[in-house]
Design a binder for this molecule. Structure first.
Ligand SMILES: Nc1ncnc2c1ncn2[C@@H]1O[C@H](COP(=O)(O)OP(=O)(O)O)[C@@H](O)[C@H]1O
Ligand SMILES: O=C(O)C1=C[C@@H](OP(=O)(O)O)[C@@H](O)[C@H](O)C1
Ligand SMILES: [Mg+2]
Length: 166
């Protein structure tokens, strides 16, 4: 069993929000790998970063993503940085991968001052600018579909994703 679709994109792209809506529209289950990581670690993501550090978070992320890609049958949202891992990107080549793109201005409006995202806790605008530049080629490399989300309503984006999956 594999996911019907895997949503990727930077923080604030709407992976969690759109993923839930698409799954509901198609009568599928939804899971976010961030939630799987929190369940496995037994603590929220900011606490994993504080107590164990980013490398431990990334190792947990690699594990749960690999498992979900072979066993989860619904709509799967990844954390924004999951695609930094080369092995994860290779695994994604066999899947329907929807890249929700967002530019700096809307991404910052949406995540505010970080919203539980430890990487954005300091200098959110400068960090987001760096993340977008560093990761854009990686999202593009693995995406089978790209959907622009800037200045668009979540319901409209979810309807577009649901249509392409039907
Ligand atoms: N298209 C959109 N327009 C406006 N706000 C959005 C949109 N998509 C998501 N949001 C809001 O932005 C925030 C981040 O969305 P989220 O789904 O958590 O993004 P991601 O999982 O990609 O980081 C949430 O508060 C969500 O309600
Ligand atoms: O971009 C990143 O590296 C991260 C994004 C977060 O998920 P969202 O993309 O859903 O915000 C979460 O996995 C963690 O805070 C790290
Ligand atoms: Mg999310």
């Amino acid at each position: 069993m594999a996911p019907v679709a895997v949503l990727v994109g930077p923080p604030g792209a709407g992976k969690t929000t759109i993923g839930e809506a698409v799954a509901a529209a198609l009568g599928l289950t939804f899971v976010d790998t961030d939630a799987l990581i929190e369940a496995r670690a037994g603590k929220p993501i900011p606490d994993i970063f504080i107590d164990e550090g980013e490398p431990v978070f990334r190792a947990l992320e690699r594990e749960v993503v690999a498992e979900a890609l072979t066993s989860f049958p619904g709509v799967l949202a990844l954390g924004g940085g999951a695609i930094l891992d080369e092995a994860t990107r290779k695994l994604l080549h066999d899947h329907t991968v929807v890249f929700l793109s967002v530019e700096l201005s809307d991404a910052i409006k949406r995540v505010g001052l970080g919203g539980g995202r430890p990487l954005l806790a300091m200098n959110p605008r400068a960090t987001m600018k760096y993340l977008l530049e560093q990761r854009r080629p990686l999202y593009t490399e693995i995406a089978t579909h790209t959907i622009t989300t800037d200045a668009r309503d979540p319901a409209e984006i979810a309807a577009e994703v649901a249509t392409l999956l039907r």
